[in-house]
Ligand binder design. Structure first.
Ligand code: TPP
Length: 634
């Protein structure tokens, strides 16, 4: 029996010897590589926190003590030691375990997240609640990466946590020097400076052991040396930042030595006041392909051959890749165009632009709000920023989009990658709110390209827009073949026209393909359909109202939440224009959608060709016979 097979809950860890822990860490790494290479998921981040997680669960008594994991992508080891190892073959699959903490899965998962930089705020609130309820023996621990620590919320939380000396929060900084790419900025520099003091920590430890043996003289000599060390540290490393804030600082400690991490955590717990434990770890540790990968140490992977670390799925061209190439072309023609990313240079496709024009791309860290207002500043200064982020992360920067960009009518282009249903990352990663949120932003135009050619032309139109912001949304998918327009009415492309003018099918972006397939089915049933792509889905193109007036039913198909989305905007525009044609919207329900494949989630949401066709056939039947039939019989 392996050591891993004996672990069913955190208590099982506490009876292990040091040697057994070392074996367990090795077994967990093997397990992670085997499992995650088959399902896809966050491999590198989890390989880096094996010992840290074991130490946390040995020192703290979860769930009585509360451990909040920032972002949550690094909780696989936590899941393994809290009784979920057997479920790993289902990781991120429909109906299986989540790639993030999940309250439905375990009492050890208090917070469901995936959006970074929130753990310290949760911890602050938990510590306040435990104090008010007199549950002061319950420890509150927040585990945060050096990447997530660049997020503004962390600093807002630190400001509060540090102020309450009698409300202990243990903040474990998991410092692997990377977000996806190396973490950048002043904070990263500060952590780097602290890392260089590691020698002094060992020296301090040695001093404590050796000099501590001669109680009186030894103690004072030790104190002198400690003071000396602090002095040197202050010169070579401005460690004062944390201590000046009022936080105790322990570290840096080797995050791959369970014993060292454990004793640091025990010390931290013993302080009874807010403390930072600075752990140095290595992303991808123990799996050579991950360690060797320079892009992101296999932060997150698709399905891989575990022996080689190479992808086993045939890769098509992603939308991100088309955007990446187009940005390089635009950059050559437009020296004022600059790129902005919030710690996701490669995932959002700005890496090629950065390679071509290194001085024209700004990675601001995991700081979407700052990214947007910083882009506003760039625009005020005469640049045209293209700020690329996942659609789901725009949510937290809504006020900045509204007030700092739109109110000033600034020429900023938002490129919203992974818009719509994304799939295995689950509820918090579906990019399903952007269309509804952005509907309310005055002067902002939103493009939803249906194919690669449209992406190129609409991105160009976006950066050519000088009098206000634009957004271009891209799905998480590979691009299909181009879908040519038969005709253009106003700004709206007509993609298919068959039979009578029964249904006007308005398709948002990539759902044009779905719309065309629905049209085929309707035509087979004798229903006439016009399929259109408005290209710019906000504001509603007046041509859509004109076309709607010629049809009996408008159907809008979008992969955003139905409430306040494109269909709702079309219905409002028709009503304002006095066009009586009814509108039926096919979009995402107002629910948090689970994880699974993109196709599975779209199916469940009723966005399959079959379901849309069935509904439209029924609706048309209710509306009465097609016009042409009526005319013929009259
Ligand atoms: C608000 C937000 N922006 C971007 C991301 C995408 N993201 C996921 S993990 C990650 C890097 C996190 O780095 P770090 O906190 O150091 O954790 P590590 O994986 O290095 O352990 C990023 C940028 C996110 N989850 N949340």
């Amino acid at each position: 029996m392996t050591v891993l097979e004996t672990i069913h809950n955190p208590a099982d860890l506490r009876c292990l010897t040091h040697d057994q822990l070392v074996v367990l860490a090795w077994e967990i790494r093997q397990f992670l590589v085997d499992q995650v290479c088959h399902t896809g998921g966050h491999l590198g981040s989890n390989l880096g926190v094996v010992e840290l997680t074991l130490a946390l669960h040995r020192v703290f008594d979860s769930p009585r003590d509360t451990i909040v994991w920032d972002t949550g992508h690094q909780t696989y080891v936590h899941k393994i030691v809290t009784g979920r190892a057997a479920e790993f073959p289902t990781l991120r699959q429909a109906g299986g375990i989540s790639g993030y903490p999940s309250r439905a899965e375990s009492v050890h998962d208090l917070v469901e997240n995936s959006h970074a930089s929130t753990a310290l705020s949760y911890a602050d609130g938990l510590a306040k609640a435990y104090a008010l309820r007199g549950e002061t023996s319950r420890a509150v621990v927040a585990v945060v990466g050096d990447g997530a620590l660049t997020g503004g919320m962390c600093w807002e939380a630190l400001n509060n946590i540090a102020a309450a000396k009698d409300r202990p929060v243990v903040i474990v900084v998991n410092d692997n020097e990377r977000s996806y790419a190396p973490t950048i900025g002043g904070l990263a520099n500060h952590l780097a400076a602290l890392r260089t003091t590691r020698g002094y920590e060992s020296f301090l430890e040695w001093g404590r052991r050796v000099l501590g043996r001669t109680p009186v003289a030894g103690r004072s000599l030790f104190d002198t040396l400690h003071g000396l060390k602090k002095g040197i540290k202050d010169i070579i490393a401005p460690q004062g930042m944390f201590e000046d804030l009022g936080l105790k600082y322990v570290g840096p400690v080797d995050g791959h030595d369970v014993g060292t991490v454990e004793s640091a955590l025990r010390r931290a717990r013993g302080f009874g006041s807010p403390v930072i434990v600075h752990c140095i770890t290595r992303k991808g540790l123990g799996y050579p392909p991950a360690e060797a990968d320079e892009i992101d140490h296999f932060h997150g992977i698709g399905v891989l051959d575990p022996d080689t670390g190479r992808s086993v799925t045939a890769a098509g061209t992603s939308w991100t890749s088309v955007f990446a190439d187009e940005m390089v072309r635009i950059g050559a023609a437009r020296p004022d165009v600059v790129g902005v990313t919030a710690a996701m240079l490669s995932p959002v496709g700005l890496h090629r632009f950065a390679h071509a024009y290194p001085e024209r791309v700004f990675d601001v860290g995991i700081a979407e709000q700052h990214a947007v207002t910083s882009a506003a500043g760039l625009a005020l200064g005469g640049c045209h920023p293209v700020i690329a982020m996942y659609a789901t992360f725009l949510n937290r920067a809504f006020d900045q989009v509204l007030m700092d960009v739109a109110l000033h009518r600034l020429p900023v282009t938002f490129v919203l990658d992974r818009a719509g249903v994304t799939g295995p990352d689950g509820a918090s990663h579906h990019g399903m709110w952007d269309l509804s949120l952005l509907q309310g932003v005055p002067g902002l135009r939103v493009a939803a390209p249906r194919d690669a050619s449209q992406l190129r032309s609409q991105l160009q139109e976006a950066v050519d827009t000088a009098d206000g912001p634009t957004a271009v949304r891209l799905p998480k998918a590979t691009v299909g073949p181009d879908i040519p327009a038969l005709d253009t009415v106003g700004g709206t492309d007509v993609l298919a026209r068959s039979g009578d003018t029964d249904v006007l099918l308005v398709c948002v972006g990539v759902l044009a393909t779905t719309g065309l397939q629905v049209a085929e089915r309707l035509v087979q049933q004798g229903i006439g359909v016009t399929v259109v792509d408005p290209r710019w889905v906000k504001p509603v193109d007046p041509a859509v109202a004109e076309l709607a007036a010629q049809h009996r039913l408008v159907a809008a198909v979008e992969d955003g939440v139905r409430v306040g989305g494109v269909g709702a905007a079309i219905a409002q525009a028709l009503s304002d224009a006095g066009v009586p044609t009814p509108v039926r919207t096919f979009g995402l329900p107002q629910r948090f959608l689970p994880h699974g494949s993109r196709a599975e989630i779209l199916d469940q949401a009723g966005l399959s060709v079959q379901e849309i066709s069935r509904t439209l056939i029924e609706l048309i039947a209710h509306l009465g016979r097609p016009f042409a039939t009526m005319e013929r019989t009259l």
